[in-house]
Design a binder for this molecule. Structure first.
Ligand SMILES: NC(=O)c1ccc[n+]([C@@H]2O[C@H](COP(=O)([O-])OP(=O)(O)OC[C@H]3O[C@@H](n4cnc5c(N)ncnc54)[C@H](OP(=O)(O)O)[C@@H]3O)[C@@H](O)[C@H]2O)c1
Length: 248
């Protein structure tokens, strides 16, 4: 009998780590459904890779529902990558709207996706959920609380799923990268390209492909092996806020 082609879903596929993860998974033979809010970007990636592009805003329940309705009955892999940071405000100057939005995309968005795709993952008999966390899921830094609180919540979610799903054929992995040069800082600083560039000044950050490689490694282990988490940082970063910069 011909082997069924595996199905993967990647959220936040329109940029950075999500786009590279799509490339890696298509290269490994998956049929990939990629979701995000910017359809033009998804369509470009679709032309390049064959990914199936779908509109998705993980902060809106109806959008998640509509996205999931278009998926096949079986999904083998869900990569929860959609998210990011907004601003760098200390707690005393919290921007409530921005902080709630970070919780909505990074934490609640992942819960919505997991809840909606759960039956399809179970149906596959060898499901796998990969959450893109961050060093911000483990460490804290000045001005980072809005983001670190959301990513710490994501880590709690990952760990809870591992207990709740014990005995089920669904693996659960968290990938926690340090600094990766993507559009992350551009979004964080509301399009201020100079400030965004400064985040990576004088150091060598990870690339989106470095993170996609880690995702691919985790999902291609034998089915009885659960990679709980991978923490990967640039050599130039010892802690979330301890970075070695050269020159300048
Ligand atoms: N770059 C880093 O240094 C770094 C480090 C650790 C962890 N991470 C995490 O890695 C993930 C990917 O970030 P990135 O570095 O690749 O940044 P990026 O280039 O800004 O990509 C973020 C992606 O998330 C999508 N997204 C954001 N909000 C969304 C929403 N409400 N619904 C659906 N999609 C949404 C964006 O698509 P649309 O705008 O088109 O919707 C985009 O595709 C994030 O979870 C981030 O927190 C990044």
């Amino acid at each position: 009998m011909e082997e069924r082609q595996k199905v993967a879903v990647v959220t936040g596929a329109s940029s950075g780590i999500g786009s590279e993860t799509v490339r890696a998974l298509v290269g490994a033979g998956y049929v990939v459904y990629g979701g995000a809010r910017r359809m033009d970007r998804l369509n470009e990636l679709s032309s390049e890779t064959g990914m199936i592009p779908r509109l998705l805003d993980v902060t809106i329940s109806d959008s998640v529902k509509r996205f999931v309705e278009t998926l096949p009955d079986t999904v083998d892999l869900l990569v929860n990558n959609a998210g990011g940071a907004l601003g760098l405000d200390p707690i005393s100057e919290m921007d409530e709207e921005a902080w709630l939005s970070m919780y909505q995309s990074n934490a609640m968005g992942t819960v919505r996706m997991v809840q909606s795709i759960f039956s399809r993952l179970k149906h596959s008999g060898q499901g796998h959920v990969v959450n893109i966390g961050s060093v911000a899921a483990i460490e804290t830094y000045v001005g980072g609380a809005g983001y670190t609180m959301a990513k710490h919540a994501l880590r709690a979610l990952t760990e809870t799923l591992r207990i709740e799903w014990l005995g089920m054929p669904i693996r659960i992995t968290e990938i926690d990268p340090g600094l990766v040069e993507t559009e992350f800082s551009l979004v964080r600083f509301k399009g201020d390209a100079t400030r965004a560039k400064g985040v990576y000044a004088g150091m060598t950050p990870l690339t989106a492909k470095d993170v996609a490689d880690a995702v691919l490694w985790a999902v291609t282990r034998p089915p009885h092996v659960n990679v709980d988490s991978i923490l990967l940082r640039p050599l130039d970063q010892a802690r979330v806020d301890r970075i070695h910069r050269r020159g300048g």
